[in-house]
Design a binder for this molecule. Sequence first.
Ligand SMILES: NC(=O)c1ccc[n+]([C@@H]2O[C@H](COP(=O)([O-])OP(=O)(O)OC[C@H]3O[C@@H](n4cnc5c(N)ncnc54)[C@H](OP(=O)(O)O)[C@@H]3O)[C@@H](O)[C@H]2O)c1
Length: 292
Amino acid sequence: MTSHTLDTEAAWDLILQAEDRAGVTLALPGSDEPALEVSGNGEWHLLQPAKEEALALLEMFLPLCQPRAAGAAQHVIGQLGQSLDGRIATATGHSRFINGEDGIVHLHRIRALSDAVVVGAGTAATDNPRLTVRCARGSNPVRVIIDRNRRVPDSHHLFTDGEAPTLRLVAGDYTPGNAHYDGQNTVTEIPCLGSGSEPADPELILKVLADFDLRKIFIEGGGLTVSKFLQAGLLDRLHVMVAPMIIGSGRPAFSLPEIDFLDDALRPASRFVNLGSDMLFDLDFSVALPAN
Ligand SMILES: NC(=O)c1ccc[n+]([C@@H]2O[C@H](COP(=O)([O-])OP(=O)(O)OC[C@H]3O[C@@H](n4cnc5c(N)ncnc54)[C@H](OP(=O)(O)O)[C@@H]3O)[C@@H](O)[C@H]2O)c1
């Protein structure tokens, strides 16, 4: 068979095959012609020509596919889909849909490569989301809801649809081994968020997820939840999808402590990817930038 130019669907196929694998040469289904080599140290080498958008997809997602051994650091990626004026929802909480179709496919692709997708109680209560993979090929992650006060209605999809395992983090002290999770599509409550009024330490939330062998963590929203992980310095990557829309008021994407000087602003390494309907800012907090 002769080489052909890889398109985004072919690239996504290779990405799914590359998940949690290293030191392998991959081919497209129905072909025995090598298309992609993935080495043990996370490097990869494309063996067939690819369209520009397919290459962008491989560059963005292959780093997320690297195997994470038990005991190794988790990989944490956050996302926010915002308007040009930095809003993720109207003041009444409506956010469907800020991002266009391409942005939604992108979101589902991140879910498909994650072990767990995490949302705050605000998002779970307001949006009644499913957090499953429906607009891309791939499997559903474990769904995690940070819901100290059990304010997300029990009738919501996450607790009733049986589409994926669901962990509901609630008030109480964390005792490793106390909550039993059988990997089935059931709902498991895990007391771990303490009982005070202060937000729980996001590092503790990651530790709880590590105890459940969840290593690739996707913090999907909303703004308060992503901001807490960002403020704690726990995000390796942050995907901000900006839609060409001005809402003018509403829920902010970021809520971080005030700073007086721009020298104290976060300026991560970044890449811009034109998704079509939205512009993606792919921010990499794991790379230290040289000081000015
Ligand atoms: N455009 C997008 O990308 C996007 C994505 C997701 C959501 N949204 C929209 O965003 C809105 C919700 O976002 P939001 O920022 O208001 O809320 P949120 O981040 O979804 O939820 C915040 C709540 O989650 C709980 N929580 C989060 N971190 C916690 C911690 N470390 N410790 C303890 N509890 C913690 C707290 O619940 P308690 O207050 O109960 O303690 C907190 O008030 C909705 O309107 C939704 O439609 C937009």
